[in-house]
Design a protein around this ligand. Structure first.
Ligand SMILES: [Mn+2]
Length: 236
């Protein structure tokens, strides 16, 4: 049995190639996963309503339900695109939700998982906005928006941001901030730190500690596997 770590698939349209690739990939993993750990931005946009989910996400949610029924533990660290996961995840899928990341114990290893959006300590503006948006009151206000309207706004915002980037996303890894963040966790007793968010894969070993940054799911799907106490990062 193994544990699978995945981030930044940014799913939006179930006809998109990366989305279909993820469904195939998860179908192939069913029955062999002890846990599936999603480290945020799995969805390009998510809002947890009580009785509604976005229909574009039904294919993935069905895969997650199958994994859960096959005995896979689901863990979700909220990203900056998908927070307020709500009752579908917590109740229907029995998913363990970590809004700000947290600890995971596997094979005697003490692992800290986080999305990665809090790696830069100087990004105070983002931190304030993040706290406001994640406040339970914000969730209640957002749920007053009809799901069709929320979805339309999300698609518009997504198209706008990809137009702004000229259709090409540019990603880079803030090495120093990320290393400092990981070293802080190592000093707290964690032996492994795993993040997503930067879309650039990294596997770094240091004094018996391991730092993994997951890539995304565009051209070369990126994920990490923990099996028999050893981490492997793909693409390797
Ligand atoms: Mn992110």
């Amino acid at each position: 049995m193994k544990d699978l770590f995945l981030a930044d698939t940014h799913l939006l349209d179930p006809c998109d190639e990366p989305y279909l690739r993820l469904l195939d990939f998860l179908d192939g993993q069913c029955g062999s996963l002890r846990s599936l750990v999603m480290l945020g931005d799995i969805f390009e946009f998510w809002l947890g309503y009580r009785h509604t989910v976005f229909s574009a996400y039904l294919p993935l949610l069905e895969r997650l339900r199958r994994l859960h029924e096959a005995g896979t533990e689901l863990v979700f660290v909220e990203g900056n695109h998908d927070f307020h996961l709500g009752p579908y995840f917590s109740e229907t899928l029995d998913c363990r939700i970590l809004p700000d990341g947290g600890a995971l114990e596997r094979d005697g290893r003490k692992i800290f998982i986080a999305h990665g959006d809090l790696v830069n300590p100087k990004d105070t503006g983002y931190r304030v906005l993040r706290r406001v948006l994640r406040h339970p009151l914000s969730h209640r206000l957002m749920m007053l928006v009809p799901p069709d309207t929320a979805w339309r706004i999300a698609r518009w915002a997504s198209a706008k941001s990809s137009r702004k980037n000229g259709g090409r996303e540019r990603h880079s890894l803030p090495h120093d901030d990320l290393l400092n963040y990981a070293r802080q966790r190592f000093s707290e007793g964690y032996d492994t730190v795993i993040t997503g968010h930067f879309h650039v894969p990294l596997l770094h070993h240091e004094n018996g500690h391991t730092l993994i940054a997951l890539g995304d799911w565009t051209k070369q799907p990126s994920y990490a596997v923990l099996e028999d106490g050893v981490f492997t990062l793909y693409p390797s």
